[in-house]
Design a binder for this molecule. Sequence first.
Ligand SMILES: [Zn+2]
Length: 259
Amino acid sequence: MNSHTLPNKRILAIMPHPDDVEILCAGTLSRLVTLGYELHVATMTPGDKGSAVLTQEEIASIRRKEARAGAERIGAKSYRCLEFRDLEITFDNASRYKLAGLFRDISPAIVFTTPPTDYMFDHEITSQLVRDACFNAGCKNYPAEGTSNPLDFVPYLYYSDSIGGHDLFGNPASLHFIIDISAEIETKTEALSCHDSQRAWLKKQHGMDNYIDSMQNWSALRGAQIGVSYGEGFLQHLGHPHPTDNPLRELLDAHTVEP
Ligand SMILES: [Zn+2]
């Protein structure tokens, strides 16, 4: 397909926590920005449980700033936090109205989020809410938050890799294609490096001091699957009523991988 068949050039990357975007899809997003696409980044929460020493509001305040810096590093036009709370994201009507309102505000032609099966509920419920909003934001009588007009199209929806590359059953994550991000690995690393607080927390909580290394190693593994230095994997939502062609194939030379 040709990119001009997209309804517009706006992209929304919406993931549960600060740093998910940077770990899972920052290289791909950076490439799209370079091509002239308008990127909007959102996190569901401000990462308010991501500290063993600070209060929720103290760590949230730090992590909103880190998330904004990370988004800016990959060229996002906007960053916003939807102010859900870590471990408390729920699939209910209030959440659905909020997501549909966001979709109407941004009107994204392409959406990225976490996969339907992942290692924790925040990731899975976010995935459900985002898929749900793709559908509901176009329904005229749906009581979305805000006053923006309903969408007159259904966005392309892409799910990122799972954290760690496995679904909740321990099976390899389902992927349709991998994007070559070799030229973006420095940008991606710098974006993730904006999240100093998380790096410190993981070290204290899990004894892990390989925040950056593990992202790079993972990106290298995905890259190796298509014969390049670094890559990011994705699954496209192909169920009705989503469009089923893949604009990323032309725009970014997406490489098909065997399931
Ligand atoms: Zn997360």
